[in-house]
Design a protein around this ligand. Structure first.
Ligand code: SF4
Ligand code: SF4
Length: 168
């Protein structure tokens, strides 16, 4: 049985007060491309509802709907009549999942490893560079690895996400 956890609910509201403004209209879900392709299995409105109710286990352990499926396109944020910052709230939930040591998709670990090694979440390959040139897009600069390492060390990043457990 899922228990309402008021402390958890208040924690989420404290981290992003916009959560409190949601009146469950469902506009976010109807504008979400991931909800569309998963035929409603992924449902941002439901994640917000679970957050408002403080359903901690459902959000962090069961992950139903799976918050990791959000592709951060920001459609829901643009369409929400109440200006709820859904993607910010989802980021907080993802952070809590990682910190709790609950499972999360391997591709996020791979991206984290790439950030550490390349200064970019998705390394630039020749096809990507060529395509960007064809489209007239500017060059992408990777972050300064040394500077980045200082930040990652200060936040204990590698340990928290256990990136080097990623199988090769
Ligand atoms: S669109 Fe905004 S107000 Fe409506 S359900 Fe989604 S988060 Fe809540
Ligand atoms: S940001 Fe995430 S939840 Fe919002 S519309 Fe895009 S995929 Fe859906």
């Amino acid at each position: 049985m899922q228990m309402v956890d008021f402390e958890f609910r208040n924690e989420l509201i404290k981290e992003d007060f916009s959560l409190n403004y949601c009146y469950q209209c469902g506009t976010c879900s109807s504008s979400c491309p991931v909800a569309f392709v998963t035929q409603g299995e992924y449902n941002p409105r439901k994640i917000i509802e679970q957050s408002l109710l403080g359903l901690k286990d459902m959000l962090l352990k069961d992950q139903k709907p799976n918050v990791w499926l959000c592709c951060t396109c920001q459609m829901c944020v643009e369409e929400c009549p109440q200006k709820v910052f859904l993607t910010e709230i989802f980021e907080r939930i993802k952070n809590k999942i990682v910190l709790l040591g609950e499972p999360y998709p391997e591709n996020f670990k791979i991206q984290a490893k790439s950030v550490i090694q390349n200064g970019l979440a998705i390394p630039l390959t020749q096809p990507i560079i060529r395509r960007r040139e064809q489209l007239g897009l500017p060059n992408i600069e990777s972050a300064n690895i040394k500077e980045l390492k200082k930040l990652l060390d200060a936040t204990d990043f590698e340990k928290k996400i256990k990136v080097f457990e990623v199988s090769k």
